[in-house]
Structures are given as structure tokens and as C-alpha cells.
Design a protein around this ligand. Structure first.
Ligand SMILES: C[S@@+](CC[C@H](N)C(=O)[O-])C[C@H]1O[C@@H](n2cnc3c(N)ncnc32)[C@H](O)[C@@H]1O
Length: 256
């Protein structure tokens, strides 16, 4: 798949499903199992200039603003998602700037202009080469001492999980190493029984760490393997229990 093709597949997917992503409170599985922990990793956020790459309809951008970021800019390749983000901004202004753009080219932003760059489930839409380009750009726009926090589906998860509900990627058999950069469809359910169609361009743990190292992130990262917790089970056992004891997502923080 060429870069042009994978970007267009992503745009089409998100332009056609933008309205399903709009939420003001947690709804999909990863709103419980990932985003609260990613946001925790972003703390302290107060007073920071933040760039939210692959911001979608702005869920995390709004949360980061609520945590005290002084400036939040959200960027997404999908016009539909940015329109949904702007609509919510018009209904309840947070002072967030949203723009359409591709995360692999941040030329509209100067060097060292952000204190925190966040990318929540962006890299599963980028190839290894695009991920390297994007992380190099992030290193450029981060101020010295700034932080980069991102989450991705755990690279092992698709190969450990066959059943669909409430979260899966259709990887068809083995291929942890041989299927790097292959694109697979997946689904993630909401607690109300509906689901969101998602995609995975598979990369290994090594691919992410190589991209960080090549971009000059040389400090020891903080890495969290996010999972279903006892609190999730207490909240909704039938929804979360099929995923107990599986590594669902990775959340990583590195310093510039
Ligand atoms: C799974 S959604 C997550 C949205 C948001 N971060 C959230 O947590 O709700 C992934 C988002 O990444 C965006 N995206 C994918 N490839 C991109 C690219 N090359 N540049 C910018 N955004 C991209 C998609 O359009 C989509 O909105």
C-alpha cells in the first residue's frame, strides 16, 4: 500500500464515521482502558502549549484543556473529524484551534513551539516510514525538556486475540514480524452495543523504539501496557471481562 493510498483510506474511513466518534464522556472501550491513563501520563499539563496529533473530534484536546493547558492545537487528516471538533468548539468554546493536516508534515509549526505533543491512536494509521517522519517532526516542534506522549494498540494484542467483541483486529494467523506495514481492519465497541470501525498498520515494538531513537529521543521512556483493571470489571463485567489479562494498548512518554 502506498502512502497516498493509506492516507486516503484513513480520510474516507473517518470522514464517513465522524459523527459516531463525537462524545462528551467515555463511550468506547479505549475511553476506559486507554485514554484516562494516557492523560495521566501527560500530567502535569497546567500551563503547557500542547499539540494533539490525530485529534479526531477533539475528545483528548478538550480533556487536555480541562487539565489546564494554556494552548491546545488539534490536527487531523480527516475534514469530517475536524468539522465535528469545530462544531463542538462552537457549541462549547474551549479556545482550542483545530486544523486539517497530515501529522507527517508539521511545517506550519515552528521549531520548539510546543511543550507537549500527544498522539492518541494515530500511529496505527501510519506506516513505519511515515511514523519515522512524524516522530522526527515532533522532535523538531518540541521545546527542550518538552514531552511526547502517545498510545497505540499493543503490537502483540492482534496476535493474541481471535474473538471479536469488544475489540479486535483481523490479522489472519501469524505474522508479528512478516506482516509489518500490512493494514488490517478492526472494530472497537462502545458500552451501548454499537461499534467503531478502526484500522491497524501493524508495527512491532522495535519499530516504535527505532523511530524514537532515530528522531533523537534518547532518554529512557516511560512505558505502560494498558489492560482491563478490577475497576473496569466492577463497572461493567460483561463488557470488559472478555479482555481480562490481555495487553490491549501501549502508552509511552519520552522527553526531548
Ligand atoms: C482512532 S482515531 C483517534 C482520534 C483521537 N485521537 C481520539 O483519541 O479520540 C485516529 C485519528 O487519527 C487521524 N489520522 C490518521 N492518519 C493521520 C495523519 N496522517 N495525519 C493526521 N491525522 C491522522 C484519523 O483521521 C483519526 O481521526
Amino acid at each position: 500500500m502506498t502512502n497516498f493510498e493509506n492516507r486516503n483510506v484513513t480520510k474516507d474511513l473517518y470522514d464517513s464515521t465522524a459523527s459516531q466518534w463525537i462524545r462528551q464522556e467515555p463511550s468506547s472501550l479505549s475511553d476506559f482502558t486507554a485514554r484516562p491513563f494516557v492523560l495521566e501520563l501527560c500530567e502535569p499539563v497546567r500551563g503547557l502549549r500542547v499539540l494533539d496529533l490525530g485529534c479526531g473530534e477533539g475528545y483528548c484536546s478538550r480533556e487536555l484543556r480541562a487539565l489546564g493547558a494554556t494552548q491546545v492545537c488539534g490536527l487531523d487528516i480527516s475534514e469530517g473529524m475536524i468539522a465535528a471538533a469545530k462544531l463542538q468548539e462552537a457549541q462549547q468554546p474551549w479556545g482550542i484551534d483545530y486544523e486539517v493536516g497530515c501529522a507527517t508534515n508539521l511545517q506550519q509549526f515552528g521549531d520548539r513551539t510546543f511543550d507537549l505533543v500527544v498522539a492518541v491512536f494515530l500511529f496505527n494509521y501510519l506506516t513505519t516510514a511515515q511514523t519515522q517522519q512524524c516522530i522526527a517532526e515532533i522532535a523538531r516542534v518540541l521545546s527542550p525538556g518538552g514531552r511526547f506522549v502517545f498510545s497505540v494498540p499493543h503490537p502483540c494484542f492482534p496476535y493474541m486475540r481471535e474473538a471479536a467483541y469488544p475489540f479486535y483486529f483481523e490479522v489472519e494467523g501469524r505474522g508479528y514480524f512478516s506482516k509489518r506495514d500490512w493494514q488490517f481492519p478492526g472494530r472497537i465497541w462502545k458500552r451501548n452495543g454499537s461499534w467503531l470501525n478502526v484500522q491497524l498498520i501493524h508495527k512491532t515494538l522495535e519499530d516504535y523504539f527505532d523511530a524514537l531513537k532515530n528522531a533523537g529521543f534518547n532518554t529512557m521512556p516511560t512505558l505502560k501496557e494498558l489492560r482491563v483493571t478490577p475497576e473496569h470489571i466492577a463497572l461493567d463485567e460483561s463488557f470488559f471481562s472478555p479482555l481480562v489479562d490481555l495487553p490491549l494498548h501501549l502508552a509511552i512518554q519520552v522527553w526531548r
